[in-house]
Write a protein that binds this ligand. Structure first.
Ligand SMILES: *Cc1c(COP(=O)(O)O)cnc(C)c1O
Length: 383
């Protein structure tokens, strides 16, 4: 059966391999093996698990199909995926990335990459002119993230692809927040799409995983060599859990997104709330741009309390959400960006970015929205 002509809801369920080729079992087993017999000394399809493993191969095929790419790769975390993809760069190269990048990526791009001889400029990528102005003769790549978080700046992907083509730059996009269900960057001309599959793709807050998909065989070959050399691969058991999570992405994300829309609307009317930032609200600044490249608003929203000192009592009073960094699980997660997801960013820079101490982020889960609201509302009473 060829799957590439099937629609995304079908691909999510059937993925690359939807059954074990050896036995017909309804799921690909967890191939818990580090090495593979070479009959008569001759290597077969699988020879050593860092290079390839059937459980991992399933999710690698899945992400390639879902993103409409030629090849996918699974890594031990989202950061391992980002680090491995950025290993396409060499010492002397210059990289342009967003100034309000994910906290862990900020740490990697500002602390580790410069030590490997790669210069990084952080600019506001929602403004094409700023990106164009940052391009130097040594610039090799644009690292993109849209929507950004927690401030939801929207970068025009088509404009970035045009600019990159003009200057022969590689484009890489962190697509964690949207997933291929809502945003398919390769279709818009992006070269490399990256996920923290720890979030929506895994979906149950029970694994760390990263995925990469590419639309070009030459780049695929280079990433394959990096993955095999560096070795930050996803293990068989986590591959199995990820594959299982991916099967229900559509049901989960649609339910979470509906809850996020409802919570955003109600929070925007709440007296303790100064502002709500969510692409699904009518007053969202990048609304038209976002919906020109994405099929939904997603399941994450940010809101700022009128009184930043009230954050403490809210975090103490809420019962349902997990109070933690992270997002994309079936359970609602409430994050204090300042002290959790963006803790790696120095205070002065956070302030400059607009990440204030009163800013909170909700990743809506799939609970009953009335229960979520009652809980949040009682948490905000004291505010
Ligand atoms: C969580 C996250 C990452 C890092 O992924 P890990 O799986 O935690 O290593 C990268 N980018 C974004 C947007 C994330 O939310």
């Amino acid at each position: 059966m060829t799957l590439s002509d099937k629609r995304i809801a079908t691909l999510l369920v059937h993925q690359g391999q939807d059954r074990d080729p050896a036995t017909g079992a309804s799921t690909v087993p967890i191939y818990q093996a580090s090495t593979y017999h070479h009959p008569g000394g001759v290597g077969q399809e699988f020879d050593y698990a860092r290079s390839g493993n059937p459980s991992r191969q399933q999710v690698e095929e899945a992400i390639a199909l879902l993103e409409g790419g030629v090849r996918g790769f699974a890594f031990s975390s989202g950061m391992a995926a980002i680090g491995s993809a950025l290993s396409l760069l060499e010492a002397g190269d210059h990289l342009i990335a967003p100034d309000d990048l994910y906290g862990g990526s900020y740490r990697y791009l500002t602390m580790l990459l410069p030590r490997q001889g790669i210069e990084v400029s952080l600019v506001d990528q929602s403004d094409r002119a700023q990106v164009a102005a940052a391009i130097r003769p040594t610039t090799r790549a644009l690292f993109l993230e849209t929507p950004s978080n927690p401030l939801f700046k929207i970068t025009d992907l088509r404009a970035m692809v045009d600019l990159a083509r003009e200057h022969r730059l590689l484009t890489l996009l962190d697509n964690t927040f949207m997933t291929p269900l809502l945003q398919r960057p390769l279709d818009l001309g992006i070269d490399v799409t990256i996920h923290s599959a720890t979030k929506f793709l895994g979906g149950h807050s029970d694994i760390l995983a990263g995925l990469v998909a590419v639309g070009d065989n030459e780049i695929a070959g280079r990433i394959k060599r990096i993955q095999n050399s560096f070795g930050a691969v996803l293990g068989p058991f986590d591959s199995f859990l990820l594959s299982r999570g991916i099967k229900t992405l559509k049901l989960r994300l649609e339910a979470s997104q509906a809850n996020a829309q409802e919570l955003a609307t109600r929070l925007a009317r709440h007296s303790a709330v100064a502002r709500v930032i969510y692409p699904g609200l009518d007053d969202f600044v990048g609304r038209d741009r976002h919906f020109s490249q994405a099929g939904g608003a997603g399941a994450v929203l940010s809101f700022e309390l009128t009184d930043a000192a009230a954050v403490k009592s809210l975090l103490e009073r809420v019962q349902l959400p997990i109070v933690a960094p992270s997002l994309g699980g079936v359970e609602t997660i409430l994050t204090h960006c300042w002290s959790m997801s963006h803790a790696a960013i120095p205070a002065a820079i956070k302030e400059q970015m607009g990440i204030t101490q009163g800013l909170l982020r909700i990743s809506a889960g799939i609970e009953d929205v009335e229960d979520l609201w009652e809980d949040l509302d009682q948490g905000l009473q004291q505010c």
